[in-house]
Design a protein around this ligand. Sequence first.
Ligand code: FAD
Length: 468
Amino acid sequence: MASRVPQVDMPKQAPEERRHNFDEVATGYSEEQALTEASRCLSCRNPQCVKECPVGVDIPGFIGLIKERRYVEAALRIKETNSLPAVCGRVCPQENQCQMNCVQGLKGQPVAIGRLERYAADYERNNGVQKPKTVPRGVGRVAVVGSGPSGLTVAAELQRKGHQVDIYESLHAAGGVLMYGIPEFRLPKKIVQAEVDYVRSLGVNVHLDSTIGRLLTVGELFKGGYDAIFIGSGAGLPRFLNVPGENLKGIYSANEFLIRTNLMKAYRFPEYRTPITVGKHVAVIGGGNVAMDSARCSLRLGGEKVYIVYRRGKDELPARLEEAENAEEEGVEFMYQTNPVRFIGDDRGYVTQMECVKMELGEPDASGRRSPSPITGSEFLVDVDTVIVAVGQSPNPIIQQTTDGLEVTRWGTIVVDEETMSTSISGLYAGGDVVSGAATVISAMGAGRAAAAAIHVYIEKGRGYSAK
Ligand code: FAD
């Protein structure tokens, strides 16, 4: 039976205000709002929402604790299977996962599970994070490559099971895309660091500035005494359009643009010494979360006209609906069924225009989305002085190239057994974007949980390192 109480909206900064600052857009529920929203949960005996959560959070359980105003316990209930609740409460695509099957959603709006998860996690952080119980001394030693959601999940799960985990991270800050990609106004970095600190507090060591495949290889880590290794190195290698003029000045890959802006804090230049140049007319190519984040950063960095240029239609946008709506409210303009075919520059090598072609959509392709093809004679020019290419990422190949016997696909992703996340090398596991290609935070965490369970069994069986 649908609740008569409507879903409680998320309070947000007004669009005209927020498009000029990097403060968090969504400001979070008040206690009263959280209690009202929690009251909409029917505490189903056979909760469909949990089935859709890749890490199996006890959703009715934690919402029940919120109803009883036991907020810290609610956060701890989530943390039993999810070490990053404040992150997931902010960036998970709940609309396609837990909330999709919520009974309330059949006739009305689903319970806003993510917003309640965020409320509980924020409450716990603001009222003193509970120290985890002391765990038994290490049974095995595990190295984790990469400190993104998959690596942090593996580390937390195995450390809780009594193993000693060392994370190796190539950047100077832990968190993966949560730190270097997703902007402050969507996911404040102090929140990411608080969740990384929680994982550290379990006893996990985090070695920053340590690129595996350069500092040490996977083989050398095994020789150094690790019983098992997990690769969670993500998909941080930008793809390009491969059209004429793409190397003109003023054209960025989204990775470079977002790393400069977020990790290196260019938006606080000169306090932070990383400059970034954003012109008045910005075109962002792509329709995913990366494109939305790039467009919304561009607005905040001074872009007056910011376009999303996407080759399919609105219905096919891969970005979270909420983030596309936020972008639109802030003034980002969407050019659908449009594709750039070349970039044109001035005599100093700076981009000044892009030539685009209109696209028509045919039958759905293998991905289920309608495949676009260019309409002959529909070419037109758009004035631009900054372009950000956000058309996808692939795994960085360093580990694959330096690990003999590791099976990879032709896209550079690592081949694993889907149940155990084990690779072609005994004792070596992988998960997250380096296996699936660019996906989501929670799917990377789900892979991390599966790998941690399998690594635990592997170590208990006492097997050593040998190629299969
Ligand atoms: P990553 O988060 O990529 O972490 C990998 C880590 O490994 C990095 O820190 C990297 O520096 C490190 N590393 C790489 N190679 C090495 C090496 N050789 N040695 C040591 N360390 C190494 N998902 C959502 O669910 N919701 C969103 O709203 C959302 N928005 C996004 C916005 C942007 C801009 C981007 C880029 C992605 C977004 N995603 C979103 C996708 C999501 O962030 C990723 O799917 C997720 O972070 C993948 O986790 P991971 O652990 O596999 O890898």
